[in-house]
Design a binder for this molecule. Sequence first.
Ligand SMILES: [Zn+2]
Length: 237
Amino acid sequence: MQKMGDFGGIWHKFGKKAVVVCIVLAVCTSVYNLGEKVYNDRQVLGYNFVVALDAGHGGIDGGVTGVNTGVKESKINLQITLLLKEFFEQGGFKVVLTRSDDNGLYGVPSAGFKKRDMQKRLQTIRDAKANLVLSIHCNKFSSSQRSGPQVFFGDEVGMAFAQRVQTVLNDFTNNTHSALRGDYFMLKCTSSPSIIVECGFLSNPEDEAKLCDKNYQKQLAEQIYRGALLYLYGGQG
Ligand SMILES: [Zn+2]
């Protein structure tokens, strides 16, 4: 009883103030949550945020080719990159492309073209002060069994980004690949998070058929975009 009495006294003393404090806290919390929602909805991050999209290969460098159709990786890379560009731009991001057509970036197709091509990509990414870099490729393996998207990162900065995108792509394609560290030029162009997305294996007939399909390309681009958003904004799923 004594305790009840104490409690009653405390309530009498602080009760009204406590209620007022709780109401103020509740209002502040909901305003904060609303602010956060608006922030996320508008994707404020996007306004000054530059995403560099690099469609691998191009011109005389077609990359790997499809096992059934002979389709060039360079063509599929560009198609997926352009779809990815739409998703990022719709989200309010500034997008810079290293290449926007079928041509390579080496100028004259003479000796040393590959090095010149890669230097041009590096320059574009650095000039744009890219905050995020995604290089889009297709894979090839000696065994036609291997399939599914594979994401690479170069350092700790890119690792979380790569893992996030890999998880989303695994869910999408029902695979269990792990994001892998890779010693690739495109992962060293900037200190910003950079990944290479190998969208699938052109040495695998099923992957090849899917990668040539416009609808699949769009779905894949959407999933890559979703993975990037989850990395940037956090959150589950
Ligand atoms: Zn490639």
